[in-house]
Design a protein around this ligand. Structure first.
Ligand SMILES: [Zn+2]
Length: 329
């Protein structure tokens, strides 16, 4: 691809539908937060190095370093605003940012305030950049039904203020028992919230089918192993399930052995609604522009394929209503 085409590709207005708040805080901000909170900065060094390819453990450990710094309203609000600014700088017209609010209550911040801080940061970012954003709340593998319910309650309470969906995240490799989450996801769905589920990344393609059938997933995070289960491919195609593809992250976590093994082109050929996302701006050391360049250059996708990805992103957005200001009930 020549420079002019790359330039055009970078300027295209896009969507980023899979982006974790805690994995996307600017390194300089993390450093400043660590200094302010007097927690020392030495353990932050890992954040400044790109994670090694194929090492899920090293990838996940980076989140343990970040989380203690994101336990205040100010830190969460600032991180959210800056992430949206960085999305806008990468030509994102619209972004869905996700996180698990219960991971930010360690120092006593009520979960409601955690969600409000993120929403306020996104509102500030939207005002500054014009880029629209919505929030997705994550339930994590290993949580019990009560915790999942708590997250569904928060999503329902803040639905009209900018929370659009619930997600199931965390370590898919530790087992894919969806039973504890069924009720919470069902309640969220009944209240008009959307559902996305991380599946077929560290686990088999069968997990994708299960996420669609059991939790009503309308989008799948990663789904790199979907072709291991023909039924999952069929279900995803039949129900127009969006596939949130994160190329760089998939190599770093070992979901694919190398970039050229990624099934993105095959997904498109099978009529799956794949779109390009970033996963974690800081932990993956990536940006939306970079992900698109990887698809165009390294995977050599055609203009028609790239156009399809772009259209899929806009078609798969969970945003459906105008926002009501916080505090309006
Ligand atoms: Zn993810």
């Amino acid at each position: 691809m020549d420079t002019m085409n790359s330039d055009l590709l970078l300027k295209l207005r896009k969507t980023d539908l899979h982006l974790h708040l805690d994995g996307s805080v600017r390194p300089a901000t993390l450093l400043e937060l660590a200094r302010q909170q007097g927690s020392g900065t030495t353990q932050l060094e890992a954040i400044f190095r790109a994670p090694p390819d194929g090492d899920l453990k090293a990838y996940l450990e980076r989140f343990d370093i970040v989380l203690p710094l994101l336990q205040t309203r100010t830190a969460l609000q600032r991180a959210s605003r800056e992430i949206l600014e960085d999305c806008a700088a990468n030509a994102a017209m619209y972004a869905e940012i996700r996180f698990c609010p219960l991971l930010h209550t360690r120092d006593g911040l009520p979960a409601e305030e955690v969600v409000e801080a993120a929403l306020e940061g996104l509102a500030e970012g939207r005002q500054a950049t014009g880029t629209q954003a919505r929030l997705i709340l994550c339930v994590l593998h290993g949580m019990d039904a009560g915790q999942a319910d708590r997250i569904a309650d928060l999503a329902i309470a803040y639905h009209r203020h900018g929370v659009v969906a619930v997600d199931l995240a965390g370590d898919e490799g530790r087992g894919f028992d969806l039973a504890p989450f069924r009720r919470a996801f069902g309640r969220a769905k009944a209240e008009g919230l959307h559902v996305t589920v991380h599946a077929g990344e560290a686990g088999p393609g069968e997990n994708v089918a299960e996420a669609i059938e059991t939790l009503g997933a309308e989008r799948i995070g990663h789904g790199t192993r979907i072709f291991g289960d023909p039924k999952a491919v069929e279900l995803a195609r039949e129900h127009h399930v969006g596939i949130e593809v994160c190329l760089k992250s998939n190599v770093q976590t070992g979901a694919v052995a190398q970039l050229t093994d990624h099934p993105l082109r095959r997904m498109l050929a099978f009529g799956l609604a794949a779109t390009l996302c970033t996963d974690n701006l800081t932990v993956s050391r990536t940006g939306l522009g970079e992900e698109w360049l990887l698809a165009a250059r390294d995977l050599a996708l055609t203009d028609a394929e790239l156009g399809q990805i772009l259209a899929n992103g806009f078609a798969q957005m969970f945003m459906d209503d105008a926002l009501e200001p916080l505090g309006s009930g």
